[in-house]
Design a protein around this ligand. Structure first.
Ligand SMILES: NC(=O)c1ccc[n+]([C@@H]2O[C@H](COP(=O)([O-])OP(=O)(O)OC[C@H]3O[C@@H](n4cnc5c(N)ncnc54)[C@H](OP(=O)(O)O)[C@@H]3O)[C@@H](O)[C@H]2O)c1
Length: 264
């Protein structure tokens, strides 16, 4: 007898792995609740070893309570074409730039949640935005629970997802770029790479912890590090003169515009 699964995953790659690892660890799903459809035998084997049922046939996912679409956006048209005529359960899509309307016209799915997770989901510290506006309350709770198992979650409308993509989707790269620049600057000042990295990483973590927990605004925190005529002010003056905040504004705007273009 065929087992019934709660979640059918189409595309068992990097993100599916991260989400399922979190959901299993947090008890949101058990291994037998999940079916992963994935063409790579090697990847199927890895899921099997975790007790997850696998298939090379995407059609099997459509019989589950929910389908998670976790293939690359460029693979999606072929995946949908091969499933033409199937009746889809509620669909959860993490595909960047694929709108609900394009997913609906390709699959005929009646209800679709669009989700934008980010890379740190793979270490349980993700930031995910969810548009679950079409889902019934139980389904909405299921989707939120799934992504809370790999980090934090906010609910947004679909129209806000381009901005989300530009901020938290691409955002990890901005953080890495800033850290890389800070480390290089430390080395330029005579520190070893290792020293500069330790200082930069912990400064980022400590700064973030204070931003989250001190109850002070970001302006108050900047003021707390900036004594008149001191070192911080000297650095901040250069950041301002060289248009750091404008540069961030323009970079996020460029990412949002690109997200919009890609979802056409
Ligand atoms: N990575 C991120 O940080 C991130 C963040 C937000 C959203 N996303 C979205 O998440 C989705 C997955 O990204 P990812 O990074 O996990 O990509 P990925 O690692 O390439 O995963 C996609 C998986 O789909 C498989 N696949 C290819 N053709 C298939 C088919 N016809 N049927 C079923 N599975 C098929 C691929 O197998 P093969 O490799 O063997 O082809 C691969 O295992 C993308 O749509 C992306 O836009 C990713």
């Amino acid at each position: 007898m065929k087992r019934h699964h709660v979640l059918g995953v189409i595309g068992g790659g990097f993100m599916a792995n991260a989400i399922l690892r979190g959901a299993l660890a947090k008890g949101v799903l058990s291994a037998e609740d999940v079916l992963v459809c994935e063409p790579s035998e090697e990847r199927r084997k890895a899921f099997s070893e975790a007790g997850i049922v696998v298939s090379s046939e995407n059609r099997d996912a459509v019989g589950c309570d929910y389908v998670l679409l976790a293939v690359k956006p460029q693979t999606f048209p072929a995946v949908a074409e091969a499933l033409r005529g199937e009746t889809f359960p509620p669909v959860i899509s993490i595909m960047a730039g694929k709108t609900k309307s394009s997913i609906r016209s390709a699959t005929g799915a009646a209800t679709i949640a669009r989700v934008m997770p980010n890379l740190p989901c793979s270490v349980g510290a993700g930031m995910t935005a969810v548009d679950a506006s079409e889902l019934e309350e139980d389904a909405r709770r299921f989707v939120l629970g799934l992504f809370f198992s790999v980090g934090d979650v906010i609910e947004t409308s679909e129209t806000e997802l381009d901005a989300v993509t530009a901020l938290s989707g691409s955002g990890p790269a901005y953080i890495y770029l800033f850290l890389r620049a800070l480390i290089a600057a430390g080395e330029e000042q005579g520190l070893s790479r290792e020293q500069a990295q330790t200082l930069a990483f912990q400064t980022m973590e400590g700064g973030l912890k204070m931003a989250r927990t001190s109850g002070k605004s970001l302006d108050e925190l900047i003021a707390a590090v900036s004594s008149k005529g001191g070192t911080t002010v000297a650095a901040l003056d250069v950041f301002r003169a060289e248009g750091f905040e404008q540069s961030v504004l323009h970079a996020v705007d460029a990412a949002a515009r690109r997200a919009k273009e890609l979802s056409r």
